[in-house]
Write a protein that binds this ligand. Structure first.
Ligand code: 13P
Length: 231
């Protein structure tokens, strides 16, 4: 099972260091085949060692250059980072990243051999329009994306479930993941209000290979309890 923590714009370098030392201690109890990923904010990336993989929440598709405010491959290499989140709905919505830009970013980091957690998810009005609407919305978010890439992980995060405390129902997750499984043969994560109360049911859902956690990942003890719930 994959457990990924997306800190978003939370934590500092100092609090990330403290977080990771608490988490690491707890991870000694994790099942050997459980994989843990941490996505701190860019200012808190570091040379951390432990039973987790550090990834970056975003980066610019360039080695380096004149891209004010962005970080590129050179900055990631400083910390040995080989994993990136691409396509998160918060970047699509707040940063207005288009599917074309996302596909360009994907192609760049694919060419560099990064492991890519590619995020997709529909807004509430699409969910309310029914499963066929959800299907075509999600498949459109695969436009320009090489789904045969061997280091691809897909994260399904319905926008209406992110940060709302209202996770998708296990039946909705099962139906959507079964549909996605037909389109793509890679690990599938679910994200959106995953917490200690619903983790057990979510990871037992068919075609769920892991979770991408926001708010409930911010406290290392809480996130550890979610990882260790089966241990
Ligand atoms: P929440 O767990 O806070 O709903 O966030 C999910 C998410 O967007 C992870 O990328």
């Amino acid at each position: 099972m994959i457990y990924a923590a997306n800190f978003k714009t939370n934590h500092t370098r100092r609090s990330t260091e403290q977080y990771l030392s608490v988490l690491n201690e707890r991870l000694s109890e994790k099942a050997p085949d459980d994989q843990v990923y941490i996505f701190p904010p860019a200012t808190a990336l570091g040379e951390y060692a432990g039973l987790f993989t550090q990834g970056v929440q975003n980066a610019y598709p360039a080695e380096k250059g004149a891209y004010t405010g962005e970080i590129g491959l050179e900055q990631l290499e400083e910390f040995g980072i080989r994993t990136i989140l691409i396509g998160h709905s918060e970047r699509r919505i707040f940063l207005h990243e288009s599917q074309e830009e996302i596909a360009r970013k994907f192609a760049f980091f694919r060419a560099k051999g990064f492991e890519i957690i590619y995020c997709i998810g529909e807004p509430l009005e699409v969910r309310e329009a029914g499963e066929e609407a959800v299907r075509s919305y999600l498949l459109a978010e695969f436009e320009g994306i090489d789904l045969s890439y061997e280091k691809l992980i897909v994260a399904y995060e319905p926008i209406w479930a992110i940060g709302t405390g209202r996770s998708a129902h296990p039946e909705e997750i099962a139906a959507t993941h079964a549909m996605l499984r037909k389109a793509v043969d890679v690990p599938l994560l679910y994200g959106g209000s995953v917490n200690p109360a619903n983790i057990a049911q979510i990871v037992e859902t068919d075609n769920v290979d892991g979770v991408l956690v926001g708010s409930a990942s911010l406290d290392p003890e809480v996130f550890a309890s979610m990882i260790l719930h089966r241990a």
